[in-house]
Design a protein around this ligand. Structure first.
Ligand code: SF4
Length: 697
C-alpha cells in the first residue's frame, strides 16, 4: 500500500548485532510509516528480517514513557515528576547510600542496547564520578563467555573474523547457534555464499533447529558437553598428523600441556560423555582439519553454560591448531546478541576502562585519569562484581541501591522468582527505559523515560567489528530524553562531574573515543560519523587516514599477549551442572524465535510480531508426551527446583525424548525454571541446562 513516504532517513537496526543498515520512511507529518533495507550496505545488501521491517512501528508503540515518575515508597503509586526533581532525587539517593554504606553499595547495570557514545559517557559517569566498582552490563547474560574466551586465548577481546569469511571458507562449524531465527540476515549471507560455492556445514545443537535442518552434518550433542567434543576433535587432529605444526610453533604457547590433555579425550571416551558417536567425531575432525580454510561460529549454546568460557577457548584452540585464525575463511567468530553488545565491551568501562583498557593495569588507569582530568587513585585496581553477582549481593545487603538502564532482569535473569524478592530489598531503585511498563518499574522509586533507537544519534558496533551509524529519525516521545542527556545531567549533580568535561554532542564524544583509541587494537581514529554513513559502516581497526577498515584481526599472527603469541589452554571437563535425574527427568533448553527480541519489551508491542508469535510454548517429543498423557496444543506444567510454568505444547521431533524447549522471550515462562549456575570465568549463567519434570496442566 502507498504509505505516502516523503523522505527516507538512514539509520542502523537496533535489535540484533547483525548490524543491518535500514532506512525509515517518514510521511508528510514526519511520522515513521515504513522501513526498508539499504541496497548498497555491505552487511545486508537491501535485506531486512521481519523485526527490522517493522521497527519503525516502535515510534508509536504502547506504554512509552513520556515523563519521569517518582515515589518515596514502592507500595505507593508513581507521581509524574520533572527531570530536575527526579535527577536531583536520584543524585541525592546515590550520595546518601554511598555515604552511609560505602561507594560500592550503589550498583549500576546497563545494557547492550544504547549507543556507543552513550556507553562511553556512562562509563565516565560510573567510573569517574559516582565511582562505584559494581557496574556491569547485561552482556554478562549473553556475550561474557565470548569476551572471556577471546581474552584467554588471544590476550584481548575482539572477534577476529567477519561475514566475508563465508565467501572464502571451505568448512563452517556452528556451535549452539540457530542462525536462521537468531540472525536471519547473517544466515542469508551464508546461504548466498553456499549458492556460489558448496562447502560442508556442521551444526552442533541438542535440538533439530532450523539451522540443523539445512546442515550437512548435525551433531545432537548432550547439553553442556561442547568442551568434550572439542577436546576429542583436537585429539583426532593431533593423532592423525592433521595439525598445522608450523603455525602452532610460530604463533602459540602451551602446546605441550594442551596435547597432553587432549590425549585423554579419545573419541570412544568422549562419545560416552557428549553423546556424539566416535566415528562422527573422527569424521568432523578430519573434514575441519583438511579444509583449506575452516571457520567456527557460535552463539548462546556455547556462551550460556557453566563451561561457556572454556567452550570459546576450545573453539579458538581448534582454529589455532589448524591454522585458522586471521586468514580469509579461517576464523573464530562469535555471533553477538544485542545490537551494541560490542560497543559496551569496547567503550562502556563495565569490565575495565574505555578502549579495551584494564583497571588492573596502572598505565591504563593513569591514561584515562589524565584524559578525564581526575586522580588515578579514584579508580579501583580490579574490576568489581558482574551483573550476576550484583543481584545476589542485594540479597546479602552488600548492595543497597541500583540503577537499571535498558535492561529487564525480572525476565532475563535465571530463577526469576528469586529476582523479584531481590529487587524488593533495595533501598533505592532507578529504572531508565524507553517503556514505562517494563516489569522492573514495579520495584522502582524513580522511572526515567529514555529515548528509543532512532530518536537519537550515535554508533553501534556489530558482530564483525563494523561501526555503523544510527541517525536520529524522529524526536523522542513525549519528554523522553536520550540516555546521553540523562548521564550528562546526572553528572552535573556531583561535584566531580561538574569539574569534568561531558560533551553534549555525540560527534564530540566520538572525537574523545577516536583520541583514546589511536594506535590501539580497536583503533577508531580513521572514522567519523559522516564517513561511517558514507561507507554504511567501517570495521575497526580503522587507522587515521585509512580509506577503509580492517575485515580481520591477527592476520600477521601477532596476538595481544606480551609475547605476541596465542595460548593453547588445556580444558579438563568438569561435570558440574544440574542434570536430569529420576525426580526431574527432562533437560530444559531455551532459545529464540525469529519474531521476538529479548524480553519482548519492544517486539511485544508490534502487531505483526504478536500475530506470528503470540504466546509462549514448549516443544516436546511426541513419544515422551504420549507416556505422560500430554497432547498437541494442550497445556503442560514444567516444574524445576526453582519454580514452575504452564505452557502450550507443540509436539515435534525437533527435540529428543528427554528434552523440552521453550523460547526465552516471555516473562511468565522459562526463567522461572532456570538454575543460574555461573561460569567461573565469565560469570555467565547456564541458561541452557537445567532439569525439569513435566505434567499435564
Ligand atoms: Fe535487525 Fe538483526 Fe533483523 Fe538485521 S537481522 S534487520 S539487524 S534484527
Amino acid at each position: 500500500a502507498d504509505k505516502k513516504v516523503v523522505e527516507w532517513k538512514y539509520t542502523t537496526c537496533g535489535y540484533c548485532s547483525t548490524g543491518c543498515s535500514i532506512e525509515v520512511g517518514l510521511n508528510a507529518e514526519g511520522k515513521g510509516v515504513a522501513g526498508r533495507g539499504v541496497g548498497d550496505a555491505p552487511v545486508n545488501q537491501g535485506k531486512l528480517c521481519i523485526k527490522g521491517i517493522f521497527e519503525y512501528e516502535l515510534f508509536n508503540s504502547a506504554n512509552r514513557g513520556k515523563v519521569p515518575l517518582m515515589r518515596d515508597k514502592v507500595y505507593r503509586p508513581f507521581l509524574e515528576s520533572t527531570w530536575d526533581k527526579s535527577l536531583d532525587f536520584t543524585a541525592q539517593e546515590i550520595t546518601r547510600i554511598q555515604e552511609k554504606y560505602g561507594r560500592d553499595s550503589f550498583a549500576i547495570i546497563s545494557t547492550g542496547q544504547i549507543l556507543t557514545e552513550e556507553f562511553y559517557t556512562l562509563g565516565k559517569l560510573a567510573r569517574g564520578v559516582i565511582g562505584t566498582n559494581n557496574y556491569d552490563g547485561n552482556t554478562t547474560l549473553c556475550m561474557s563467555s565470548a569476551v572471556s574466551g577471546y581474552k584467554r586465548s588471544f590476550g584481548s577481546d575482539g572477534p577476529p573474523g567477519c561475514y566475508d569469511d563465508f565467501d572464502h571458507t571451505e568448512c563452517l562449524m556452528a556451535f549452539g547457534s540457530n542462525l536462521p531465527e537468531q540472525h536471519p540476515i547473517i544466515y542469508w549471507r551464508l546461504k548466498m555464499a553456499l549458492e556460489k560455492r558448496k562447502f560442508p556445514v556442521i551444526v552442533v545443537d541438542p535440538r533439530v533447529t532450523m539451522f540443523a535442518q539445512m546442515a550437512d552434518i548435525h551433531l545432537p550433542i548432550t547439553p553442556g558437553t561442547d568442551v568434550v567434543l572439542l577436546n576429542a576433535m583436537a585429539h583426532v587432529i593431533l593423532k592423525e598428523g592433521l595439525a598445522e605444526q608450523i603455525y602452532i610453533d610460530a604463533h602459540t604457547t602451551g602446546f605441550e600441556e594442551f596435547s597432553k590433555l587432549v590425549e585423554q579425550y579419545d573419541p570412544v571416551t568422549a562419545s560416552k560423555i557428549c553423546g556424539i558417536d566416535e566415528d562422527t567425531i573422527r569424521h568432523v575432525a578430519r573434514v575441519y582439519a583438511k579444509a583449506g580454510a575452516a571457520m567456527s561460529i557460535w552463539t548462546m549454546g556455547i556462551n550460556q553454560s557453566t563451561h561457556g568460557s572454556d567452550g570459546v577457548v576450545g573453539i579458538n584452540s581448534l582454529n589455532l591448531i589448524t591454522g585458522n585464525i586471521g586468514k580469509p575463511g579461517g576464523t573464530s567468530l562469535s555471533i553477538t546478541g544485542q545490537c551494541n553488545a560490542m560497543g559496551t565491551r569496547e567503550w562502556s568501562s563495565c569490565s575495565g576502562l574505555p578502549g579495551y583498557r584494564a583497571l588492573e593495569k596502572e598505565k591504563d588507569r593513569e591514561e584515562i585519569a589524565k584524559f578525564w582530568g581526575i586522580d588515578a587513585s579514584f579508580f579501583p585496581e580490579k574490576r568489581g562484581m558482574f551483573m550476576t553477582d550484583i543481584l545476589p549481593a542485594i540479597e546479602t545487603g552488600q548492595i543497597k541501591g541500583l540503577w537499571l538502564i535498558a535492561t529487564n532482569p525480572m525476565t532475563s535473569m535465571p530463577n526469576t522468582p528469586r529476582i523479584r524478592k531481590t529487587l524488593e530489598k533495595l533501598e533505592f531503585l532507578v529504572v531508565q527505559d524507553a517503556y514505562s511498563d517494563v516489569e522492573t518499574t514495579q520495584y522502582a522509586h524513580v522511572y526515567l523515560p529514555a529515548a528509543l533507537w532512532g530518536e537519537k544519534e550515535g554508533v553501534f558496533t556489530n558482530t564483525e567489528r563494523r561501526v555503523n551509524l544510527v541517525r536520529k529519525v524522529m524526536e523522542p516521545h513525549g519528554d523522553a530524553k536520550s540516555d546521553m542527556w540523562i548521564f550528562n545531567q546526572l553528572a552535573k549533580r556531583f561535584e566531580q562531574g561538574r569539574k569534568m568535561r561531558f560533551p553534549e554532542k555525540p560527534s564530540e564524544v566520538f572525537d574523545e573515543m577516536r583520541e583514546l583509541s589511536k594506535g590501539r587494537m580497536l583503533d577508531y581514529s580513521g572514522m567519523d560519523h559522516d564517513k561511517i554513513e558514507k561507507h554504511r559502516g567501517l570495521q575497526w581497526p580503522c587507522t587515521e587516514g585509512a580509506e577503509a577498515g580492517s575485515p580481520r584481526l591477527y592476520t600477521d599472527g601477532v596476538f595481544q599477549y606480551p609475547d605476541g603469541k596465542a595460548k593453547l589452554i588445556p580444558l579438563p571437563f568438569i561435570d558440574n551442572n544440574e542434570r536430569p535425574d529420576d525426580d526431574y527427568p527432562f533437560w530444559m533448553n531455551s532459545g529464540r524465535v525469529v519474531e521476538h527480541f529479548h524480553t519482548r519489551t519492544r517486539t511485544g508491542k508490534i502487531g505483526n510480531m504478536n500475530k506470528f508469535s503470540p504466546t509462549p510454548y514448549m516443544e516436546m517429543n511426541p513419544d515422551a508426551a504420549k507416556k505422560l498423557g500430554i497432547e498437541h496444543m494442550g497445556y503442560a506444567r514444567l516444574i524445576s527446583r526453582r519454580g514452575d510454568a504452564v505452557v502450550m505444547v507443540q509436539l515435534t521431533q525437533r527435540v529428543p525424548p528427554n528434552m523440552a524447549f521453550i523460547p526465552f522471550h516471555f516473562h511468565e515462562c522459562v526463567n522461572r525454571l532456570t538454575l543460574g549456575l555461573l561460569d567461573p570465568h565469565s560469570r555467565q549463567p547456564a541458561f541452557k541446562q537445567c532439569a525439569v519434570k513435566i505434567e499435564p496442566a
